[in-house]
Ligand binder design. Structure first.
Ligand code: BG6
Length: 511
């Protein structure tokens, strides 16, 4: 992991496959604009949008302008020069992903962009396309001589050719393996950047700083001091206009397998030997490999799923999942998933990790909350004081970026009354600069050639391996009795017990 701007090449062409899609409009184009406005992109930078939709470059630029109005962190009107520069350096090519002749035409366009500079041809191909298209697209790009297998030493001389892969990275363990094998047929591992945008979020990166740049946390980061850990990715939104994709995926595949397990890996991994991609990824993979496989009994009572009924979210009416546009009225897809996970290693043995994610919950909240063990003895009991509340450390990623430490304190007064108080560090009031969006960080890192904040194929494999028994178990269960939670609630009612480690865990004979 290094300062991306120090390693930026002089020039680069970014080709976005899937340029007319939602992700390009909501995330990629705003990230590129923000980077332009802050002067962070290479000196000569071109964007080429490519998709099957037929429209001229002017319409594509207009479409970019409109999406920036809604989705950009930095207001485009405040940086008119940057906006014009970005649009001027953008062109659009219509083409099919499987057509070698369309891709050959694209190659000629890229060559004409490279020519005036005469510098190495650095190309970043952003695959914002469904995973089933990806492996074939790599082959077609190679046939069209757009993309070459390049070892790092070749890339230095001839320029780099890199591929950024969007999630979902497969639909299950087998398809993820097949996709990876397909990509590696044509590319070196170091040419593939698999995005998990949670790794680009500012507070997520701060988990490593908190752990490894402070001496007070690491000594208590283990089963001697930690009672349990909650990792929550709660969303108030529903499926939006991604009904078709989400209904075939569900919350377990969509968020748990990637974002939640990546948060867990960063939180719980051993200290890496350096902040470089190889060390960090290797520690994360070791952690994911140490997740305790879920037994049949645990699948029955340490995992829950849910689907929302109609309700009220943030004062607005929300329809039931099964009534959402594009969702079948008898859909069995889960919109909520929770796992009580354990890690089989020296540091974490016996500590429950409550992992949960869901849509249409009370509010958006992404948080890692660590509950520490209670003090061994309540010295203040003779004064009528109840047991002090356990210490909690909360790392909130969204909607606000903040860190809070809960401590017991004496309430002012003549009596020895204790109360729990939170020492809070909200980023917005402590730091004057705005946090960059995750995609800004990640696109810049891919251009600079730093894969530290991208998931390795091994991490992806191990994460799929962990969730596969759940997928199988749910598939073979009869009717899941959906819907089982109201939109605007905190999820299925069984969650209440689930989040108490004594319930059901004792039933398993481990309590
Ligand atoms: C995506 C999922 O990866 O992450 C979406 O496909 C989810 O379903 C989104 O809404 C959440 O991302 P963020 O950054 O809004 O928390």
């Amino acid at each position: 992991m290094y300062e991306a701007t120090e390693h930026l090449p002089e020039s680069c062409v970014l080709v976005i496959f899937g340029a007319s899609g939602d992700l390009t409009a909501r995330k990629i184009v705003p990230a590129l604009f923000n980077l332009t406005a802050e002067g962070r992109l290479p000196h000569r930078f071109h964007i080429v949008g490519y998709s099957r939709s037929d429209f001229p470059t002017d319409s594509f630029r207009k479409h970019m302008r409109v999406s920036l109005e809604t989705h950009s962190r930095i207001t485009p009107g405040e940086h008119p020069d940057a906006l014009e520069r970005l649009l001027e350096n953008t062109i659009y090519c219509r083409g099919d992903y499987s057509s070698t002749s369309d891709l050959t035409a694209l190659r000629k366009t890229l060559e004409s962009l490279d020519k005036p500079s005469g510098s190495p041809q650095n190309r970043l191909f952003y695959f914002a396309v469904p995973p089933e298209t990806a492996a074939d697209l790599v082959s077609r790009l190679q046939e069209s001589k757009l993309l070459e297998r390049r070892a790092p030493e070749d890339a230095e001389k001839k320029g780099f050719h890199r591929v950024v892969m969007e999630k979902p990275f497969g639909h299950d363990l087998d398809s993820a393996r097949a996709l990876n094998a397909g990509l590696l047929k044509g590319l070196e591992e170091n040419q593939i950047y698999r995005i998990d945008h949670y790794l680009g979020k500012e507070t997520v990166q701060n988990i490593m700083v908190l752990r490894f740049a402070n001496s007070i946390f690491e000594p208590v980061w283990n089963n001697r001091y930690v009672q349990n850990v909650h990792i929550t990715v709660a969303e108030s939104d529903g499926v939006g206009n991604r009904a078709k994709y989400f209904d075939s995926a569900g919350a377990l595949r969509d968020v748990m397998q990637n974002h939640v397990l990546q948060l867990l890996a960063l939180f719980a991994m051993e200290p890496p030997t350096g902040m470089n991609a190889a060390s960090v990824r290797s520690e994360k993979a070791k952690l994911l490999g140490a997740l305790s496989p879920l037994s049949d009994e645990e699948l029955r009572c340490a995992v829950i799923r849910g689907q929302y009924s109609a309700g009220n979210v943030g004062g607005k009416k929300a329809v039931a999942y099964r009534s959402e546009k594009g969702i079948a009225p008898d859909s069995r897809t889960e919109t909520f998933a929770a796992i009580r996970a354990y890690i089989n290693n020296w540091r974490w043995s016996g500590v429950p990790f409550y992992l949960s994610t869901g849509k249409r919950l009370v509010r958006k909240l992404t948080e890692v909350a660590i509950e520490f063990k209670k003090v061994p003895h309540n010295l203040f009991a003779p004064y009528g004081s109840e047991d002090p509340a356990p210490n909690m450390l909360k790392i909130q990623v969204q909607p606000e970026e903040r860190i809070a430490l809960r401590i017991a304190s004496k309430s002012p007064g003549l009596k020895m009354n204790l109360s729990a108080v939170d020492m809070e560090l909200p980023y917005s009031s402590r730091f004057s600069s705005q946090s960059p969006e995750a995609y800004e960080r990640l696109i810049l890192d891919a251009i600079a050639g730093d894969p530290s904040l991208f998931a390795s194929s091994e991490e992806i494999r191990l994460a799929w391996k962990y969730v596969m028994p759940i997928i199988e178990y749910w598939k073979n269960q009869p009717d899941p009795a959906f819907p089982n939670y109201q939109a605007g609630s905190w999820g299925p009612i069984e969650g209440k017990n689930f989040f108490r480690e004594d319930v059901c865990y004792a039933e398993l004979g481990k309590g």
